[in-house]
Write a protein that binds this ligand. Sequence first.
Ligand code: FES
Length: 180
Amino acid sequence: DLRILRFDPERDEKPHWEAYTVEADPKRDRILDLLHRVKYEQDGTLTFRRSCAHGVCGSDAMLINGRNRLACKLRLEQLGKRRITVAPLPGLPVIKDLVVDMDAFFDKFKSVQPYLVTEKPAPERERIQSAEEHAKFEDTTKCILCAACTTSCPSFWAQPSYVGPAAIVNAHRFIFDSRD
Ligand code: FES
């Protein structure tokens, strides 16, 4: 059983839950597969973002059984439940169904200058960096900007000036980069 928090700004005054029953293989199917099945077989108006379907692009973070996660990475078996609720990421305005307005998230990301800042003239070839220097920030290059961490943070909901964990991770990525 799949319950999805739906909202169509042209029809609804506020979000409401809708229930669907979907055939699924718990070992193989991911939450994204179930959403596709609802969209293709039951209700083509269901709206959500997704692109890579492999945990790379960061476009399908949503609130699944009370936790922010990527729908394309979570298999039913991992969830361990047959009743599933899916809602949009909290803390951002809902545009339609599971699609939220990410502007506030990306504004905060941009505010930390997440790009190389240097006054040194460009070398003829690449800017050299040792493996040890690279290791200092390598982990923070893995952020895919899905907004799952930031939008699950109550401080982000409550304090407009707080940039949130994803922006902090990306600040780290450049602050510890020896070329920056
Ligand atoms: Fe790209 Fe899930 S669809 S991360």
